[in-house]
Design a protein around this ligand. Structure first.
Ligand code: FAD
Length: 378
């Protein structure tokens, strides 16, 4: 019996693996995608009403937007900041004190967004590492610590009061853990509309559903010019391998030594009546070193509640809280550090995902990059 050798095996069916599959399918290429689940960090509650992982999409997520249904706009005016016992909203008289810094931050963001869009386009055909290294502005940001950048740009007070708190809730990281690239990337929602969404998983996978199998890969071995993949007692062979798994798993097979540090969070889906401290606005953003990071009102009497370490007493925030679900995300993203990892690992192995730049659209584009490399190589 002759052994089937796939042109490509993709391991992992999160958004990066799915994007790679979709791009290969469009060119009618031969592949198999093996994943433990479909969607990865895009995880929906059993009834489909809540996103337990990725929460929002930006209006410039051009690739991803084809596969999501937009729900509602998240506005800055819907944010409430919490700092120890104080609470305040975004647009209030206090903001005037920081208006010069605010305008400076906006200017930096517009400059960053222009370079970032160019980077996105470039990284469809060259690796993310090369695309960043080829742009001196982006490279310098990536190699700089966010606090140094903030100090140099003289936007420290406004950052401490507003921006670092917003970032703690969206990146689950403290600003002193971030590089300047991530700092600006995750502030882009200040100038780019963002929306809650539903992932249209079926629409995305429908064209290649028969090329997907559910399974856990235990081993990847390269021998005699081919990749051997072991999953749940079965063995598969391929000329190209795409590792679309979280970097802490992939790095072993891809020979990667240094990675960025993971940011993690616990997510609780809670049903309850909010106490007045958190009833003021739809989105509650907490300041470091608070263990509680964020809270989102889903408007159906349920809330998403994020915290870092030990589970806090929910009674401080709700009357009669009831936990519907818990999920520990580690990593939620790998965004803290200066390690730029090459996607093309040689021997027809490609490493994709959010290890250099976190986010749904960025992960999607790494999938396009790997597919382009495979398509153009033969
Ligand atoms: C709580 C949270 C909130 C977020 N919010 C946002 C947001 O609002 N907007 C945004 O743009 N981004 C957000 N992100 C980040 C975004 O979700 C990720 O950057 C993106 O989904 C990463 O996609 P990926 O394909 O690289 O990895 P993943 O989605 O993690 O996919 C990897 C897949 O590989 C599978 N896998 C792992 N090991 C194996 C194995 N051995 N065998 C088989 N399969 C395996 C996993 O099960 C998983 O399905 C958030 C993330 C989290 C956790």
């Amino acid at each position: 019996m002759t052994r089937k050798t796939y042109e490509t095996i993709i391991i992992g069916a999160g958004i990066s693996g799915l994007a790679c599959a979709r791009s290969l399918q469009e060119k009618d290429r031969d592949f198999l995608i093996i994943g433990e689940d479909v969607g990865g960090r895009i995880l929906t509650s059993a009834d489909g009403s809540a996103n337990y992982g990725a929460f929002f999409v930006c209006s410039d997520y051009h690739h991803l937007l084809q596969y999501v249904k937009i729900k509602s706009r998240i506005k800055l005016s819907n944010f409430c900041f919490h700092e120890e016992k104080k609470t305040y909203v975004f647009f209030e008289p206090k903001l005037i004190k920081y208006s010069v810094q605010f305008v400076k931050a906006l200017k930096l963001l517009y400059k960053f967004r222009k370079a970032f869009h160019k980077f996105r386009k470039n990284s469809e055909i060259i690796s993310q590492k090369n695309a960043i290294e080829n742009d001196p502005f982006l490279y310098e940001l990536y190699m700089q610590n966010a606090p140094d950048f903030v100090k140099k740009q003289k936007i420290q007070k406004g950052t401490d009061t507003y921006l670092s708190k917003a970032l703690y809730s969206t990146t689950f990281s403290m600003i002193n853990e971030m590089n300047a690239f991530s700092f600006l990337q995750f502030l882009l929602p200040m100038i780019t509309p963002i929306y809650t969404f539903t992932f249209e998983k079926e629409k995305m996978i429908q064209p290649f559903q028969e090329k997907m199998i559910c399974g856990y890969v235990d081993d990847v071995i390269y021998k005699n010019g081919q990749h051997k993949v072991k999953a749940d007692g079965n063995t598969f062979y391929a000329d190209n391998i795409v590792l679309a798994t979280q970097i802490d798993w992939s790095k072993h097979f891809a020979g990667v030594k240094k990675t960025n540090k993971p940011a993690s969070t616990n997510m609780l889906h809670v049903k309850g009546v909010p106490k007045s401290i958190v009833a003021r606005k739809e989105y509650q953003l907490f300041a470091p070193p608070s263990n509680v990071q964020a809270m989102a009102n889903l408007k159906d009497g349920t809330y998403l509640f994020y915290y870092r370490y030990e589970r806090p007493s929910l009674e401080n925030f709700f009357k009669d809280p009831h936990i519907i679900a818990h999920k520990y995300w580690n990593p939620a993203g790998t965004i803290n550090g200066h390690a730029l990892i090459e996607c093309n690992r040689g021997n027809n192995m490609y490493l994709i995902g959010d290890f250099n730049v976190c986010g749904l659209e960025e992960s999607y584009i790494t999938g396009i990059y790997a597919a382009n490399q495979i398509i153009n190589s033969g």
